[in-house]
Design a protein around this ligand. Structure first.
Ligand SMILES: Cc1cc2nc3c(=O)[nH]c(=O)nc-3n(C[C@H](O)[C@H](O)[C@H](O)COP(=O)(O)O)c2cc1C
Length: 210
């Protein structure tokens, strides 16, 4: 099947959304935790978290258009804090359910049975069940002119990762941590490690790490 701009534009909107949402490849499955100034919690699944830089440690997140009705965006712009929590296999049902449009006063933690945990001095809840928990401070927010989405850039200021899941070179073994991957808006995948490759150099062939 060959797609063009016009055939994509002519697709029924639900089909187009499903296709384009999965066409970029496997994505991370994360729960974004926030709170309003009164401490009311919000939790939403988001797959658009992307690495932006390591020093400082920055992650970017894309939030759908709309301001007030986007509880995550509204809360993090006010508090300057949000958490990013990996989804593990036994959390998939609850994590997916956080996408439902609950009223602002409803906490998705209560609605789904996930457990909020507060870290000292941090104004957003972490998800107790998540194998990897990241606390982020908002560093930049851009309302993108191209389609009204929001680019949210945050710095990791604290993180909890499972002991035994850090490789010798410092990288995180996500399969060992039990983190799942996502495609589109509904498909959750187990991530099995296939192989690791050595740093690529022009004068050497591809080499598998032992
Ligand atoms: C698998 C999946 C991935 C999603 N990824 C994103 C995302 O990256 N950005 C976003 O704004 N919404 C995303 N959503 C939709 C939000 O989870 C949904 O709009 C949620 O109700 C937002 O909650 P909030 O209004 O409390 O922030 C995703 C939904 C699903 C099911």
């Amino acid at each position: 099947m060959l797609l063009t701009s016009s055939s994509i534009a002519a697709m029924p909107s639900r089909d187009r959304a499903a296709l384009i949402n999965s066409i970029s490849g496997f994505k991370p499955a994360n729960l974004v935790g926030t709170a309003d100034p009164d401490g009311h919690c919000n939790l939403a699944i988001m797959s658009s978290v992307v690495h932006l830089g390591s020093h400082p440690p920055l992650l970017a997140l894309i939030v759908r258009p709309g301001d007030e009705e986007r509880h995550t965006l509204h809360n993090l712009l006010r508090s300057g804090h949000y958490s990013i929590n990996h989804v593990a296999e036994d959390m998939v049902e609850a994590a997916h359910q956080t996408a439902a449009r609950y009223p602002r006063q409803t906490s998705e933690f209560e609605a789904t049975g996930l457990t909020p945990v507060w870290w000292e001095g941090f104004k957003a809840p972490m998800v107790a069940e998540a194998p990897v928990k990241l606390a982020l401070e908002l560093r930049e927010h851009q309302h993108l002119a191209i389609n009204g989405t929001h680019l949210v850039i945050g710095e990791i200021v604290q993180a909890e990762i499972p002991s035994g899941c850090v490789n010798e070179d410092g990288s995180l073994d996500l399969s060992a941590a039990g983190t799942v991957a996502l495609t589109g808006l509904d498909s959750y995948h187990r991530a099995d490690l296939m192989k690791r490759m050595a740093y690529a150099k022009p004068d050497l062939p591809p080499r598998t790490l032992p």
